[in-house]
Design a protein around this ligand. Sequence first.
Ligand SMILES: [Zn+2]
Length: 423
Amino acid sequence: MRLLIDNARVWDGSGAAPFPGKVLVEDNRIAAVVPQAETLADAAGAERLDAAGKFLMPGMVEGHAHLSFVDTPRGTALGELPPEDHTLMAMDAGRKLLGAGFTSAVSGAAAKIRLDVALRDAIEQGVVDGPRLLAASPELTVTGGLGDGRRLHLDLQSFGVAVDGPDEVRKMARLCLREGVDTVKLNISGDIGTESALSDVAVMTDAEVAAGVEAAHTIDRRVAAHARASAAVKRAVQHGVDIIYHCDFADEEALDMLEGVKDRIFTGPAFSLIANRLEAIRGDNTPRGRVISDRLKALYEASCGVHVEMRKRGIRILVGGDYGFADNPQGNNARDLALFVTHFGFSPSEALQAATRTGGEAMRRGHELGLVKPGYLADLLLVDGDPLADIRVLQDRKRFALIMKDGVRYRPCEGTPHVRRLH
Ligand SMILES: [Zn+2]
């Protein structure tokens, strides 16, 4: 396959200004990128796509995906889903994400141990359409922590697996690694709805975190952490966690620690869930509604403040918004870029870089993913509009004249949130 994308406005992901140019794709790689005025002898005989007036950029990377969180109102509804049905629903979420312009995804956790793994492999083999995926484990959590759906009288499953003590963490991490996950997820802090483990406490102990990290790092796989509490952020840094999500309540010392390891770690706010949930709960005047609303407001304020500061310190922040909940459904992931601009002080170019170049690095493929550059994988978006002038154009899937992943061409389907292969 040889395709010349001709006369586009090329934004290459480096942060440099866009320029009129042409891009030659050969099979699944970018073969050449040259200014429009230059002749490209290599392009002789290639199929030509007229991209006049359109914006060409790298495919986006979702940095906190939960493709098996299928928009249910409760976590325990995920536990009730049989694996067969659940797998098909995760496939559907993958197609939606690709249709939203995301050609890669770093999973933030799966709802069952093999869901991400099976989906990743099926996508890689071309059996199903979806983004390149790094598969995660379910959320390893302590008893009573975020994702422990059990009650004393009911053995309910949610999106977490409860493990207590370093031996149990190690054993479950190794089991997930045996089953093929790329990332082990640890819930170091709690969250707003988890009464015995709220957002501002670090409930997973030092020894438990260390055991999970050791299990993954021994075989060169990674650990991601749910860390809202400042103490949880510090614990994650101290024990070598690779991706530290949320960081909402990070204090000055925690920020210094993050900055000290900024070339090694990635962070991601997953802010859309907070913003959408706060919107959804407005008007709920029940006592419980008011409690949750107050906690969400505190989280919202803290997250905004901390990410303004993290951006200034040059800490790598991934686009990714915890999509997959009823009030934050799959497929709207490009909304995150706009939130980075409106809430965290990013310029549109910086938000785009977070979604492309930084995302490629987080996929552990910064040498071949996330830029429009010769030799890089042909993951490209051709956009009818200018995201640098209005970042929200990326939320309108009708604007994608072309979504290319690994040299394969897709178009968003009309009337459904899916994609179809062009050939
Ligand atoms: Zn999440």
